[in-house]
Design a binder for this molecule. Structure first.
Ligand code: ZN
Length: 67
Protein backbone atom coordinates (compact mmCIF):
# COMPACT_ATOMS: atom_id res chain seq x y z
CA UNK A 1 0.00 0.00 0.00
CA UNK A 2 1.51 3.37 -1.03
CA UNK A 3 2.35 5.73 1.74
CA UNK A 4 0.27 8.89 1.69
CA UNK A 5 1.94 12.06 2.84
CA UNK A 6 0.06 15.04 4.03
CA UNK A 7 0.56 18.09 1.88
CA UNK A 8 1.25 21.21 3.86
CA UNK A 9 -0.47 24.31 2.55
CA UNK A 10 1.88 26.93 1.20
CA UNK A 11 2.45 29.75 3.62
CA UNK A 12 1.86 33.22 2.25
CA UNK A 13 5.00 35.07 1.32
CA UNK A 14 6.29 37.22 4.12
CA UNK A 15 8.19 40.43 3.62
CA UNK A 16 10.22 41.83 6.44
CA UNK A 17 9.87 45.54 7.20
CA UNK A 18 13.57 46.02 6.45
CA UNK A 19 13.16 44.49 3.01
CA UNK A 20 10.07 46.61 2.39
CA UNK A 21 11.91 49.83 3.29
CA UNK A 22 14.91 48.82 1.21
CA UNK A 23 12.72 48.09 -1.80
CA UNK A 24 10.89 51.37 -1.32
CA UNK A 25 14.17 53.28 -1.15
CA UNK A 26 15.46 51.60 -4.30
CA UNK A 27 12.25 52.39 -6.18
CA UNK A 28 12.31 56.04 -5.07
CA UNK A 29 15.99 56.37 -6.01
CA UNK A 30 15.38 54.86 -9.45
CA UNK A 31 12.38 57.11 -10.05
CA UNK A 32 14.47 60.14 -9.10
CA UNK A 33 17.25 58.99 -11.40
CA UNK A 34 14.78 58.42 -14.25
CA UNK A 35 13.37 61.90 -13.68
CA UNK A 36 16.81 63.50 -13.65
CA UNK A 37 17.88 61.66 -16.80
CA UNK A 38 14.69 62.09 -18.76
CA UNK A 39 12.82 65.19 -17.67
CA UNK A 40 14.90 67.55 -15.56
CA UNK A 41 15.52 70.93 -17.13
CA UNK A 42 17.62 72.23 -14.26
CA UNK A 43 14.80 73.18 -11.90
CA UNK A 44 15.22 70.17 -9.60
CA UNK A 45 18.91 69.43 -10.02
CA UNK A 46 19.76 73.16 -9.76
CA UNK A 47 22.49 72.52 -12.32
CA UNK A 48 21.28 74.88 -14.98
CA UNK A 49 21.31 73.00 -18.25
CA UNK A 50 24.36 70.92 -17.31
CA UNK A 51 22.44 67.74 -16.53
CA UNK A 52 20.21 68.26 -19.55
CA UNK A 53 23.20 68.55 -21.84
CA UNK A 54 24.93 65.63 -20.15
CA UNK A 55 21.94 63.33 -20.71
CA UNK A 56 20.92 64.83 -24.05
CA UNK A 57 21.89 61.94 -26.30
CA UNK A 58 20.37 59.45 -23.89
CA UNK A 59 17.10 61.34 -23.96
CA UNK A 60 16.97 61.15 -27.71
CA UNK A 61 17.94 57.50 -27.62
CA UNK A 62 15.09 56.74 -25.23
CA UNK A 63 12.63 58.82 -27.25
CA UNK A 64 11.94 61.30 -24.47
CA UNK A 65 10.64 64.61 -25.77
CA UNK A 66 13.49 67.04 -25.51
CA UNK A 67 13.22 70.06 -27.77
ZN1 ZN B 1 17.38 67.20 -27.66
Amino acid sequence: MPKVQAVRPLSPATVSPRMLWTATGVVVALLLLAYLVAFDQGAVSRSGMFLHELMHDGRHLLGVPCH
